[in-house]
Write a protein that binds this ligand. Structure first.
Ligand SMILES: *Cc1c(COP(=O)(O)O)cnc(C)c1O
Length: 399
């Protein structure tokens, strides 16, 4: 096999990740295969990215064709699949217009710029952003500033000024920080990295009201919750609360890097020509993948299937929590974005499951996160739950 990937990574790749000693060489549907030929059930989907499973035939075919035809021309020219993807997103959401970029952080960065521009055009002092504790919005400077978890921004200060934090699902704490100086409010409908915590319907409704009252841009970060993850195409559709701006990334290209900012009405007019841009954003390859993803997810019956299987997975996880009450507090989440809440840190469970061929991960220290490809079958869910139970039995009372 030539030189070892582990050694090369150690020698030449900047050590910003703690990687497992596993390297996958092939993927199909919910399954990954490592360099030794061992197969794994993937209930993480590349962190909520491969929502249609690995190498979905239609997506792979589309990007192969596109790669042979035209990959990139820049946004100085019109790009057919970009226009088509924008139309598909708008016709299936609250949105009127879309801006394309390349990642979640970049989408949030753009959305925050939009909010500040909107605010400061009314009043130079109207630049504040309200964000939430335990949130996660990405690693660029503005995104990491609005991320309400110290470990992500310690030592990178000073952060951008004007960001105020409130408690998630606590509207009174928002009322304490929101004012005429608030340009935008950024929130995840379900906090992902914060431990798979859904917002309450009441909370999002009241945020909507506060945003209207103070003329602030309401931004939903749907980078993780978007693209069918929560049992609807977009999570806000579960709540009956529309944002002014929504950011997308992760699963929009099923693995091809792409991000998007979706806007409504007057908020679509804030970023005028020259005010924001991206070299790669919305190029042929990425948007061709996105078009295919959108077409598949909007086929009749697709989302119903996700909802049904999400409920099934939740039920199976609740059984696990019930069977091991000394280890688990319970299950929370929405659709196929579920967290099994542990009473203790759960990194050991993740590592043991991986050895047995099940891929899951641990978020917020003590929450086992299940974000499998949405195309997972009930049989595959059963298989995964089987491995999880084996691990829990072998790990004994504690672990
Ligand atoms: C993953 C994630 C991001 C960051 O996306 P990147 O593509 O890694 O920059 C932002 N917001 C949420 C909610 C995420 O889950």
């Amino acid at each position: 096999m030539g030189e070892n990937v582990f050694e090369k990574t150690e020698n030449f790749v900047m050590k910003t990740y703690n990687r497992y000693p596993v390297s996958f060489v092939k993927g199909e549907g919910c399954w990954l295969y490592d360099s030794e030929g061992k197969k794994y059930l993937d209930m993480l989907a590349g962190i909520a990215v491969c929502n249609l499973g690995h190498c979905h035939p239609k997506v792979s075919e589309a990007i192969c064709q596109q790669a042979k035809t035209l990959i990139h021309t820049s946004n100085l020219f019109h790009i057919e699949p970009q226009a088509e993807l924008a139309e598909l997103i708008c016709k299936n959401s609250f949105g009127d217009k879309v801006f394309f970029c390349n990642s979640g952080a970049e989408a949030n960065e753009g959305a925050l710029k939009l909010a500040r521009r909107y605010g400061t055009e009314k009043n130079p002092e109207k630049y504040e952003i309200v964000a939430f504790k335990q949130s996660f919005h990405g690693r660029t400077m503005a995104a990491v500033t609005v991320t309400g978890q110290g470990k992500y921004n310690e030592g990178f200060g000073p952060m951008i000024p004007g960001v105020k934090f409130a408690e998630f699902n606590n509207i009174d704490s928002v009322k304490e920080v929101v004012s005429e100086r608030t340009a935008g409010i950024i929130v995840e409908p379900v906090q992902g990295e914060g431990g798979v915590v859904p917002a309450s319907r009441e909370f999002l409704r009241e945020l909507r009201q506060l945003a209207d009252e103070f003329d602030a841009v309401l931004i939903f970060d749907e980078v993780q919750t978007g693209m069918g993850r929560t049992g609807k195409l977009f999570a806000y559709q579960n709540y009956g609360v529309e944002p002014d701006v929504m950011t997308l990334a992760k699963a929009l290209g099923n693995g091809v890097p792409i991000g998007a900012i979706v806007t409504k009405g007057k908020f679509s007019e804030v970023l005028k020509p020259g005010l924001h841009a991206s070299t790669f954003g919305g190029n042929f390859l990425a948007t061709r993948a996105g078009v295919e993803v959108m077409k598949i997810m909007t086929e009749p019956g697709f989302m119903e299937g996700v909802k049904r299987k999400g409920e099934y997975l939740k039920k199976r996880l609740e059984e696990v929590a019930y069977e091991f009450p000394e280890r688990f507090e319970g299950v929370r989440g929405l659709g196929m974005m579920l967290g099994l809440v542990c009473r203790e840190p759960c990194g050991d469970i993740v590592a043991s499951a991986l050895k047995k061929g099940l891929i899951i991960n641990c978020t917020a220290g003590n929450v086992l996160r299940f974000v499998p490809p949405l195309v997972i079958s009930e049989e595959e869910i059963d298989y995964g739950i089987g491995i999880l139970k084996e691990v829990l039995k072998e790990n004994g009372a504690k672990g």
